[in-house]
Design a protein around this ligand. Structure first.
Ligand code: CP
Ligand code: NVA
Length: 311
């Protein structure tokens, strides 16, 4: 499977780690220093459109991809990202979001927030003078969809007119897939238990672009893409046992993948739980593009930051 637009990684190089300086040979260490000096003097300002700009990243929930992709993306664009774990800020001691928005707006150029309240994100945005980016709420995960749609384009061309099948929990990522269906002109068949349907607001937004189904097999039939996510999102840990039971018939396995189009791809925003929402055979198999999705968080969000911050 080609990955023409993904620049990260060095598939043809032997795997190397940098866990200590002595992991490098002496000549390699010298070359690295030379290269650092060359970059410092030759990198042009216009190639670093966010030079001197700062992104505040508020995290009330765990993250690997979102944190790393924003932080690395800001660095690549010439800017800087600040990690603000809620509990270690005054937000954790009940300073109002409105005051926090005003303070961060005076010092930072954008704010990214991950928490469990879309309403609070909206409140933050209302009082912010700088762009606020949703890095995941209980209702949406829009950055994930920029990366996922990019990945679909890269592997199979324009998704317009195609069919994606969401299998499992009608959660935050599902809601954003539904909005993507409308925006990019594909159909999203969502097969979820009736207890875990996507929210009415996105169904209304998407109109005929979304179809709600009970049966995963029916959703997967002939689909160009199969996508799922964890059965227990962050904050739902107390419901885990019940969710495992209700969602068990929605596992993406080889049999379900065989119902899809022959060249269908499999997506998952990660982190994944092999043996629960997806079998190892599928997520680690040839139809899976999950690590391209993960990498594309970086490129998609760099484009987003430029879009939001560079006139
Ligand atoms: N997909 C995603 O948002 O991953 P993280 O929770 O690691 O940020
Ligand atoms: N639905 C998951 C997505 C994690 C990236 C959650 O909210 O925990």
């Amino acid at each position: 499977m080609g990955r023409p637009f993904c620049f990260g990684g060095t598939d043809t190089m032997a795997l190397r780690h940098f866990l200590r300086l002595s992991d490098l040979q002496a000549d390699e260490a010298r070359r690295l220093v030379d290269r650092a000096i060359a970059l410092k003097t030759s990198l042009k300002a216009e190639q670093r459109p966010l030079l001197g700009r700062c992104l505040a990243m508020i995290f009330a929930k765990s993250s690997t991809r979102t944190r790393v992709s924003f932080e690395v993306g800001m660095a690549k664009l010439g800017g800087h990202a600040l990690m603000l774990a809620t509990a270690q800020t005054q937000l954790g001691r009940e300073e109002p979001l409105s005051d926090t928005a005003k303070v961060l707006s005076r010092m930072c150029d954008a704010i990214m927030i991950r928490n469990d309240s879309q309403a609070d994100q909206e409140e933050l945005a209302l009082h912010s003078r700088v762009p606020v980016i949703n890095g995941l709420s209980e209702l949406h995960h829009p950055c994930q969809l920029l990366a996922d749609v990019q990945t679909w384009f890269e592997h199979r061309g324009d998704p317009r007119g195609k069919v994606a099948a969401w299998i499992g929990d009608g959660n935050n990522v599902c809601n954003s897939w539904i909005e993507a269906a409308k925006l990019f002109g594909f159909t999203l068949r969502a097969a979820t238990p009736h207890q875990y349907r996507p929210i009415a607001e996105v169904l209304k937004f998407a109109g005929k672009s979304v179809e709600l189904l009970d049966d995963p097999q029916q959703a997967a039939a002939g689909a160009d893409l199969i996508v799922t996510d964890t059965w227990t999102s962050m904050g739902q840990e107390a419901e885990r046992a019940e969710r495992m039971q209700i969602l068990a018939p929605f596992q993406v396995d080889r049999k379900l993948m065989s119902k899809a189009a022959k060249n269908a791809i499999f997506m998952h925003c990660l982190p994944a739980h092999r043996g629960e929402e997806v079998t190892a055979e599928v997520i680690d198999g040839p139809q899976s593009v999950v690590f391209d999705e993960a990498e594309n968080r970086l490129w998609a969000q760099m484009a987003l930051l430029e879009f939001l911050l560079v006139p």
